[in-house]
Design a protein around this ligand. Structure first.
Ligand SMILES: [Zn+2]
Length: 210
């Protein structure tokens, strides 16, 4: 999981528990805001963390993966976008069956050992791929786009980097054609894809470019 997601756990500045986002999923600590969270300056115990992780799936069967994913239930997308809600619920039930590190071990590492737990550093191009996925995921889009993005991610996990990039490029190109997005992220996404997986030009005799 850590190899394939941008997850990075480090001790929260408020409660001190393992956290991967701001506001903190344990205590809502947000260093830039006035809300310092209900735990600040108390300390999230190992037991508290393990409880929160267990509660992230039905009947206390949560694991680290469901705990991370469950935070997305707090989003507007989950409340208002039926297909997003469906996909997240499906993903959560798959995540519940994953074999992930025990939350107590993670707590000891992150809080006790003051080690931040993160995936191995990816090649720069792989990292850029996930940035494009994130950029596209940030915007609400038509349902068919979600499916196409899921396909691209599946292809990526199957090891077909260029194939996955081609799928993302099709989404981005479509967005630009439809003029659905005026956001510069989409334009940048296309530049990124061209850089990390150059388009294969049609085999035509080399001549002056138009
Ligand atoms: Zn916290």
């Amino acid at each position: 999981m850590l190899k394939r997601s941008p997850l990075n756990l480090s001790a929260c500045g408020g409660c001190g528990g393992p956290s991967f986002q701001q506001p903190c999923p344990l205590c809502s600590y947000y260093p830039m805001g006035s809300d310092k969270g209900q735990w600040h300056p108390r300390t999230a115990s190992r037991e508290f963390f393990c409880e929160k992780v267990a509660e992230s799936a039905p009947a206390g069967t949560g694991n680290l993966a469901t705990w991370v994913l469950a935070q997305k239930k707090r989003t507007v997308a989950y409340r208002e976008d039926l297909s997003f809600r469906q996909r997240l619920d499906d993903t959560l039930s798959i995540a519940a069956g994953l074999d992930v590190a025990n939350p107590g071990v993670v707590f000891d590492l992150v809080v006790g050992g003051q080690t931040s737990v993160h995936r191995e550093r990816l090649q720069r191009d792989l990292w850029s791929f996930w940035e494009v996925v994130d950029a596209l995921g940030m915007q609400s889009g038509p349902e068919d786009r979600s499916g196409a993005m899921a396909d691209a991610v599946v292809e990526m996990h199957a090891g077909d980097f260029d194939g996955a990039c081609a799928k993302l490029r099709a989404i981005v190109t479509d967005e630009l054609d439809q003029d659905r997005s005026r956001r510069p992220e989409i334009r940048r996404a296309l530049d990124t894809l061209d850089r990390i997986s150059p388009r294969i030009e049609a085999t035509e005799p080399v001549g002056p470019r138009m």
